[in-house]
Design a binder for this molecule. Structure first.
Ligand code: MN
Ligand code: MN
Length: 461
């Protein structure tokens, strides 16, 4: 049961569409390197498309009806969009879900120090990273510093051509005999991931003169002092723009494609659909990489609360209606899939692997060691999805995350499944997942967007 490569079926017009979407996606990635930046970018885009904020509509006492487009944001890190369908909410929604947090290095709360005429920022890595991949490459700092008076200072350094960048040093190969004998998890240890931010001492300073110089710059540029790091969220990410990859420009190399590739394509699908029967919904959440925890993670009540508010504005709210709406919903829980990598073929089982260019990936289940931690989609639901994709002419493939017993991974799918709704894992295949620069296929990005549109318009189980 080999799946066809989507590129082979494209005519000139299709190729132009694939390329246009890829270009727009690359722009999205460059403007959205943190969950906060993602939410900002998305809000700007959907406001321009006629979406209105739920809390504002509540204050206005507006009643909602079919065709209305609304959204809600939590703590600037998680966002949910709805486009109301012609049928009552109690008959269920079609939901797209993805996450907008990505692996990175977070600056600690007391981070700044000086050592040997360098000034450094101490970090704590976020999500699953191969720590050795984060040294000796240009890094940027994105985030916010919130001062005691409540004012927020936005930081974004390292992306413009004339911005400075930051870096983590690595031991020169000439002296690395001992280091090279270590296993990969120990080559670079967590506490070694401190980023170098300066080396020029202040002339009139006796002690820690380099650090003093950095603090002076922070004060002059941003109006912040050392104690303000206590209430900061600064994320260290690879510096630089997303690039096309390959002589044929068929691929995209960029930071944070897990899972912004699914977030972006879900967003595009929401903006592309016309009036649907069922209410269309898209939830883009934070904290997936560390277990979907916290107020802004998928395990939070935010989603359920927002659906309750929406039902209320539709004049349909009751506890029972809320339960009915969620239980009757269908969901595509989207996250990136491991693309088959010929350089590491032994980690994969080829018949059940995702390949670049073969389209949107469906994972009936994820998990590890006997599917532990997985949402295992119901066969009836998988059949329904297959028929929708085939009818819409979407290229798709099915896969597992690597060979049985080699490893595994989880997604947000099992959390929504708790309501008793149909959920299946799907998404885009990624090469070098969780590395500073991850790769995707333009064809897969395009097919996945088309798959989401078909799902929002047609799913009705
Ligand atoms: Mn992911
Ligand atoms: Mn991930």
């Amino acid at each position: 049961m080999e799946r066809k490569n989507a590129w082979k079926g494209y005519d000139e017009e299709k190729l132009a569409q694939v390329d246009a979407l890829a270009k727009d996606y690359m722009r999205f990635l460059d403007s959205s390197k943190t969950e906060r930046e993602c939410v900002d970018t998305i809000v700007n885009e959907i406001e321009a498309a006629g979406y209105r904020e739920l809390s504002v509509l509540e204050k206005e006492g507006k009643k909602l009806s079919c065709g209305d487009k609304v959204y809600a944001v939590l703590m600037n890190k998680t966002i949910v969009l709805f486009q109301l369908g012609t049928r009552p909410m109690t008959e269920g929604m079609n939901i797209l879900g993805a996450h907008i947090d990505s692996p990175r290095l977070d600056v600690k709360q007391n981070p700044l120090y000086e050592d040997s005429d360098f000034s450094l920022l101490d970090t704590h890595y976020y999500g699953g990273v191969k720590k050795y991949q984060w040294v000796a490459l240009p890094l940027a700092i994105h985030g916010v510093v919130v001062k005691k008076d409540g004012t927020t200072v936005e930081i974004n350094v390292g992306e413009n051509e004339d911005d400075p960048v930051f870096f983590i040093s690595d031991l020169l190969i000439h002296l690395a005999g001992e280091q090279m004998e270590k296993k990969a998890s120990k080559v670079i240890e967590g506490e070694a991931l401190d980023i170098i931010v300066g080396s020029k001492p202040l002339a009139d300073e006796e002690k820690d003169a380099v650090k003093a110089g950095i603090l002076k710059i922070l004060s002059e540029s941003y109006g912040i002092e050392e104690e303000d790091f206590l209430s900061a969220e600064l994320e260290v990410v690879p510096a630089g723009k997303t690039r096309e990859a390959g002589f044929d420009r068929s691929m995209i190399l960029g930071y944070g494609q897990d899972d912004r590739v699914c977030a972006y394509t879900s967003l595009k699908a929401m903006l592309e659909i016309g009036q649907t029967d069922r209410t269309a919904c898209c939830i883009l959440v934070d904290k997936e990489e560390i277990g979907s925890v916290g107020a802004t993670g998928m395990q939070s009540r935010f989603f359920e609360n927002t659906v309750a508010e929406l039902l209320d504005l539709c004049g349909e709210y009751s506890e029972l209606n809320l339960r009915r709406c969620l239980a009757a919903s269908n969901m595509l829980s989207s996250d990136v899939s491991a693309a088959f990598d010929p350089s590491y073929a032994s980690a994969f089982e080829k018949k059940n692997s995702a390949f670049f260019g073969r389209g949107m990936v469906f994972n009936k289940f994820t998990g590890a060691r006997g599917k532990s931690g997985s949402n295992d989609a119901n066969a009836e639901y998988v059949a329904h999805i297959r028929s929708i994709m085939d009818e819409a002419g979407v290229a798709y493939q099915t896969a597992e995350l690597g060979k049985v017993d080699v490893g595994g991974g989880g997604t947000i799918a099992y959390i929504l499944a708790l309501y008793g709704m149909n959920v299946i894992d799907c998404g885009v295949a990624v090469l070098s997942m969780h590395a500073p620069w991850e790769a995707t296929s333009k064809a897969d990005v395009y097919e996945t967007k088309c798959g989401y549109v078909a799902f929002l318009e047609k799913a009705c189980l």
